[in-house]
Design a binder for this molecule. Structure first.
Ligand code: GLC
Length: 550
């Protein structure tokens, strides 16, 4: 039976692809931290041929596009986010020929490759910066942000780096300071210089021609700074590095960023490519601006609202989902990435963690929008931060220890099997393998129909074949329920009900679809004791039920 819901077309919920070219709407993206995915050359660090060797796994899982975090030549101070050459591959990850092989193998399997474009800054070892710092009159001097100090040993203003300390570093050769929003080995490019823009735009063309299907734009909101260098307002308290807290009023989210995004989008459109933004915002108006006024900026500004939800809460998630569904463009949801504690640990209660991982998958993969997964999420990988300062690799952990332990914990090697190095490498891995690899690994979970991995596969398979889950509108249900998050996805031919118990106790949810002339709910996927009786759904602790209305 087919019934149209009154809410099927809410504002912001465009129903279908404009011209069939927007492949990224139906795609499931999967973030790969290349150092930690698979090591093919036995040096303890993952590489591109390692990724190539796992493409069948990714295809089988249900991944349509992989986003590889920076694999370009780099001194690896910030593990690739300090690029010294945008048009090559770092030897630690392989060669350009390896990239071409990976691209060809991915294409054969219908998997798109998205690269990470570090737009805000380069490495201090990039030729552009080396020339820039060589003299005040060098060709590339104005490619970066150089200024005189306010006085002896006084930086130009009070801006604080995201990685701790002043955002200005004094260069003794020319006696001026350069600006770095992140590490001092990551000088900010001067995007007000047209030559910088041209060079960076050319980088995207270069990769598109090599078969790349888009970019994730790193730290995009920090591209521009106030040219008058006003001091930022100081807020109460100190950050984890002991610096005064400040509002990034004059060095983040400046409107000029949108001009650049429009230009990047024009080029992307020529190649049918997608632009994904690292758009940290908790504000829906701000998120909206990244789509552009006429769908002319980012197709997928990442929605990080979920990552700000610190504990499981039907009410909180309902609020965030509702907000994003009213956004101007197609939502892109993230629950974990290489910079934040994995959702497995954010929401895990220590007792039902695997069930909670399934619950999060049940939500992430059935919402209206494009899910961006993070490697290891599908096997319930745990965040495992270092326990001793001397083991820390991440620069922010080194500087911020012990308050800030850094991001090593969410970057540990992928757990392929239960062997000593988890099947990741034949050599000692660059980060230690957590003990949980003995139970949480691809090989073991592939054999267990109740594993987190099996659940991910099931939901991903359903998602790819069910047009309500792909394109249907989002209709919230039982909005007062504090424990259970329920919604419908409604397309012209199908209505799918998703019921997620966000509590540790058994719950019963009553639905009334009589107005829509549905009387039965046909189970598609359910965990544990979750079941349907007519239109009443019973769920075990953190249970998931996905069904089709009949
Ligand atoms: C982004 C990246 C992060 C990196 C920073 C500087 O936030 O996700 O890993 O350290 O940019 O490039």
């Amino acid at each position: 039976m087919c019934a149209a819901f009154a809410l099927a077309q809410q504002p912001g919920q465009q129903a279908s692809k404009a011209d069939g070219k927007e492949w990224w709407r139906d795609a499931v993206f999967y973030e790969i931290y290349p150092r930690s995915f698979a090591d093919s050359n036995k040096d303890g660090v993952g590489d591109l041929m390692g990724i190539a060797s796992k493409l069948d796994y990714l295809k089988d899982l249900g991944v349509d596009a992989i986003w590889i975090t920076p694999c370009f030549p780099s001194p690896q101070i910030d593990f690739g986010y300090d690029v010294s050459d945008y048009e090559n591959i770092d030897p630690v990850y392989g060669t350009l020929a390896d990239f071409d092989t990976l691209a060809a193998e991915a294409k054969k399997r219908g998997i798109h490759i998205i690269l990470d474009f570090v737009v805000n800054h380069t490495s201090d070892q990039h030729q552009w910066f080396l020339d820039s710092m060589s003299s005040r009159t060098s060709k590339h001097r104005d490619w970066y942000i150089w200024r005189d100090g306010k006085g002896p040993e006084q930086p130009p203003n009070n801006w604080i780096s995201d990685f701790g300390g002043s955002a200005w570093a004094l260069d003794p050769t020319t006696g001026q300071y350069y600006y770095h929003m992140f590490h001092k080995a990551q000088p900010d490019l001067n995007w007000r210089n047209p030559a910088v823009k041209d060079a960076m735009f050319d980088v995207t063309r270069w990769w598109y021609k090599r078969g790349v299907s888009g970019f994730r734009l790193d730290a995009v909101d920090t591209l521009f700074e106030d040219p008058n260098l006003h001091d930022n307002p100081i807020l109460p308290g100190v950050n984890v590095f002991g610096d005064p807290k400040e509002e990034n009023k004059y060095n983040s989210k400046l409107p000029e960023v949108h001009d650049v995004l429009r230009e990047l989008r024009k080029i992307a459109d020529e190649y049918d490519a997608v632009l994904i933004g690292e758009t940290w915002t908790t504000d829906i108006d701000e998120l909206n601006r990244y789509y552009g006024d006429h769908d002319n900026e980012l197709q997928l500004p990442m929605d990080f609202l979920f990552t700000t939800v610190k504990k499981l809460s039907a009410e909180e998630f309902r609020k965030q989902i509702a907000a994003v569904n009213l956004a101007k463009g197609w939502p892109a949801y993230v629950i974990s990435n290489h910079d934040i504690v994995r959702s497995y640990d954010r929401y895990g209660d220590g007792e039902h963690n695997d069930q909670i991982a399934k619950l999060m998958a049940g939500m992430h993969l059935t919402l209206r929008g494009t899910p961006i997964m993070y490697y290891g999420e599908e096997i319930g990988m745990k965040t495992t931060p270092p326990s001793r300062k001397e083991d820390v690799k991440d620069p922010i952990g080194i500087r911020g220890w012990p308050q800030e332990k850094g991001r090593d914990g969410e970057r540990t090697p992928m757990q392929w099997d239960a062997s000593e190095n988890a099947g990741f490498s034949k050599a000692t891995p660059w980060l230690p393998i957590p003990d949980t690899h003995k139970t949480h690994n691809v090989a073991t979970e592939s054999k267990d129909a109740n594993s987190v991995l099996a659940f991910y596969k099931q939901v991903l398979k359903l998602r790819h074949t069910n047009d309500a889950l792909l394109e249907g509108s989002y209709v919230p249900l039982n909005e007062k329920d504090q424990n259970v998050l329920s919604y419908l996805r409604v397309s012209a031919s199908k209505s799918v009900l998703v019921v997620l118990n966000m509590s540790g106790t058994r719950q019963t949810s009553h639905f009334d679809f009589s107005k829509q002339r549905f009387s039965q709910i046909h189970k598609l996927i359910a965990t544990g004791e979750s079941s349907a009786e007519g239109t009443v759904i019973t769920l075990g602790a953190y249970g998931v039920f996905i069904g089709e209305l009949k």
